[in-house]
Ligand binder design. Structure first.
Ligand code: SAM
Length: 238
């Protein structure tokens, strides 16, 4: 056997492992990512070991508090997956508003819907692409995207879509990948601090970063009450 065959096989195996397992199809395009989630939807909550007490404590309660002054608040969860944020909101102290969970993967949405009380009318599930949200400008009081931006073809475009559909004065919550694993996502994540700078450049304010999990920060911010200045809308990274 030629001496180069073993290293070549190892290299291809490592490349496939990176493409399909570590980055979950991210560098093969949106369709590949969605197929990966279609396949794993039924096992997702078991793999992630999501625990409702933590989800309510870290996500549900802070979002409720941030929106406490807004009657009948509307919240959008982008790339909602199995409905982690919607579940945390309705499980907590009783969120009185409306929640929309958007995801590209239908099987993920089926899991999300199946996990909640079927009689619950305050949550709606919509299949769609985070890069082109099917909502008018400024219709949500809160917008979130958790553990998903690094899997997007263009994370910055998704953030801008989220800002577009957020009302002036609305709250935005995004996660940012950190730690050594983030190095496997070149071009798809921002270092600590860089994400805050990008959000500020997009016109957001009151930006506040917290460590959330080993591999993620949570970043809270707000859209100015006066709206995003015209010259910052869609401004390119300097
Ligand atoms: C790691 S899961 C996160 C799900 C959920 N936010 C959570 O924290 O458990 C990533 C989700 O992003 C979704 N997704 C990936 N690309 C997407 C896109 N372009 N538009 C909408 N959803 C997308 C996947 O289908 C998957 O449900």
């Amino acid at each position: 056997m030629a001496i180069w065959i073993l290293p070549a096989v190892a290299l291809v195996a490592a490349l496939l492992y990176w493409l399909l397992i570590i980055t979950e199809g991210t560098y093969l395009g949106t369709r590949a990512v969605v197929v990966m989630y279609d396949w794993t939807a039924r096992r997702y909550n078991r793999i992630k070991r999501l625990h409702s007490v933590y989800e309510v404590y870290f996500l549900g309660v802070p979002m409720l508090e941030a929106l406490a002054a807004v009657p009948d608040a509307r919240v959008l969860d982008v790339a909602t997956g199995t409905g982690r944020l919607p579940a945390a909101l309705v499980t907590g102290d009783g969120f009185p508003g409306q929640i929309v969970g958007v995801d590209h993967s239908r099987p993920m949405l089926v899991e999300a819907a199946g996990a909640l009380d079927p009689g619950l009318s305050q949550v709606a599930w919509v299949q769609g692409d985070a890069h082109a949200l099917m909502f008018a400008d400024a219709v949500f009081d809160g917008v979130a995207c958790l553990e998903a931006l690094e899997f997007m073809r263009d994370p910055r475009a998704v953030v801008r879509e989220m800002i577009r559909v957020l009302k002036p004065g609305g709250i935005m919550l995004v996660s940012n990948r950190i730690g050594w694993e983030s190095w496997f996502f070149p071009g798809r994540y921002c270092r600590r601090g860089a994400m805050e700078r990008l959000l500020r450049r997009d016109g957001m304010e009151a930006i506040d970063t917290h460590l959330w999990q080993t591999y993620y920060d949570l970043i809270w911010c707000a859209k100015p009450r006066a709206g995003i200045p015209e010259d910052l809308r869609g401004a390119d990274e300097a």
